[in-house]
Design a protein around this ligand. Sequence first.
Ligand SMILES: [Zn+2]
Length: 186
Amino acid sequence: MCTTEELPISQLNKLYTMNVTFEKRNRVSRQKRLEQSRRLNQCPLCRDVQYKNLWYAPDSRLAQLIDVHHDKISTRLCPACDMQNRGVYEGVLDIKHIPEREYDHVVSIILHEAMRDYGDNPQHRLLDFYDHEEGYMVTATSAAMIYRIGQKIKSEFKSCEMQSQYQHEPYPLQMTRIAFAPNESF
Ligand SMILES: [Zn+2]
């Protein structure tokens, strides 16, 4: 193999041009990577990722494509975990007089609708589900989720009554009440 000194001028020029082109290409791709570098937030509790004001689940495509060497990732508690920590919620569903034999059906509707909503937006979550004297109470991070669950129960059990109210002040809250007729038979 010949050394650089032995190469004819035309060959050297060619090599030089190739080298310059290569360097240029490298600079362009570095620049492109810098332009594509994203600013992201990640919740330390649930690992949801925020990008451009939207939150994505940890197993979402966006989260999986995070480049830890390149993207700028800050830690930030997500709104859903923040609500859970503070014990607040944006939606309450109060269900009264569920006939015992329909209890499992009602619960499965709640869980199914909640999972569906969570699949669309990981910030929409059920927070609590508990018995009270006459029925069951469900709280969630999302007003829309509570309303949708209420609508679904109402559509499955036509004879139950549903009332729904949304307040903006002093804090946003969706309050949905469903009442099965006492001793109703289906
Ligand atoms: Zn979180």
